[in-house]
Design a binder for this molecule. Structure first.
Ligand SMILES: NC(=O)c1ccc[n+]([C@@H]2O[C@H](COP(=O)([O-])OP(=O)(O)OC[C@H]3O[C@@H](n4cnc5c(N)ncnc54)[C@H](O)[C@@H]3O)[C@@H](O)[C@H]2O)c1
Length: 260
């Protein structure tokens, strides 16, 4: 399926993990993809692998919290493609510390990357997003944006991304730039591979597993496509039913109302 043929696309934080799977799927659908990340060696290796598969992919060093780096990304898209049709604000970090144990510096750094990075990206690329007559911005939030996750900075950044998504969707609708948020549950990646909560989280998830990176990428590819032409300002949970009722389900199991 080549439903993204020749659409210039930028996926941030795509040297590995979900971003890499999203970059790959967008490219397989025909998009001309730029991977932006701070991991230059991983990014270069990813590009080499994807190009060997015949995909149109390149890398740019992009720290999403740096306005100067966004200026360079803007120049790349302006000079190479003349426009930007798909922007996936995927880059993110986690502190995994409580409020008591989070320094102001660590709080600020996380907010700079997870939230302000998406803000700068949309602001800086807005003219190129409007250039093609229609574009799609996808902000990767989290299902922690529907609850009280144990990392306060992470939770706050992901809730705020939902707000930024709606504000941007309203501002840019006249330019036919759609803005949506994807809110995954557990996906096992470099972000959390050694975290202690994986098994408890899987046990609580109604579908009893983590998502694959490809499953998240398919939702991103849908939102990037013209099939989603009337979809904007929306949050999409993709979490195996966790937010839909995992706590009540657990209560029901423990009360003997449901089987495990
Ligand atoms: N893994 C999960 O369970 C999960 C669940 C919900 C949401 N998310 C979100 O999905 C997104 C992707 O995470 P992942 O699970 O693939 O983790 P990951 O750690 O494998 O990927 C994150 C990527 O972001 C990059 N990055 C970090 N700081 C950056 C910066 N300043 N500028 C540019 N790139 C930067 C990293 O180098 C890395 O390549 C993140 O926004 C994360 O918060 C993850």
């Amino acid at each position: 399926m080549q439903n993204l043929k020749d659409k210039p696309a930028l996926v941030t934080g795509a040297a590995r993990g979900q971003g890499l799977a999203e970059a790959k799927l967008l490219a397989e659908r025909g998009a001309r993809v730029v991977i932006g990340d701070v991991l230059e060696a991983d990014g270069a290796a990813a590009v080499e692998t994807l190009r060997a598969e015949g995909l149109d992919v390149r890398f740019i060093k992009l720290d999403v919290s740096s306005e100067a780096d966004w200026d360079a990304a803007h120049a790349l898209f302006r000079d190479t493609y003349g426009r930007l049709d798909i922007l996936v604000n995927n880059a993110g970090i986690i502190n995994r510390t409580s409020i008591r144990d989070t320094s102001l510096e660590a709080w600020q750094r996380l907010i700079d990357i997870n939230l302000t990075g998406a803000f700068i990206g949309i602001k800086r690329m807005a003219d190129l997003l409007a250039e093609g007559g229609g574009a799609s911005v996808i902000n990767i939030s989290s299902n922690s944006a529907f609850s009280g996750h144990y990392d306060p900075a992470y939770t706050a950044s992901k809730w705020a991304l939902r707000g930024l998504t709606r504000a941007a969707a309203m501002e840019f609708a006249p330019a036919n730039i759609r803005v949506n948020a994807v809110c995954p549950g557990l996906v096992v990646t470099g972000l959390n591979a050694t975290a202690p909560h994986l098994q408890p989280m899987i046990a609580m998830t109604p579908l009893k597993r983590a998502a694959s990176v490809e499953e998240i990428a398919h939702l991103v590819a849908y939102l990037a496509s013209d099939e989603a032409a009337f979809v904007t300002g929306e949050d999409f949970l993709i979490d195996g039913g966790f937010i839909a009722g995992a706590a009540y389900r657990r209560v029901s199991v423990e009360s003997g109302l449901y089987p495990e």
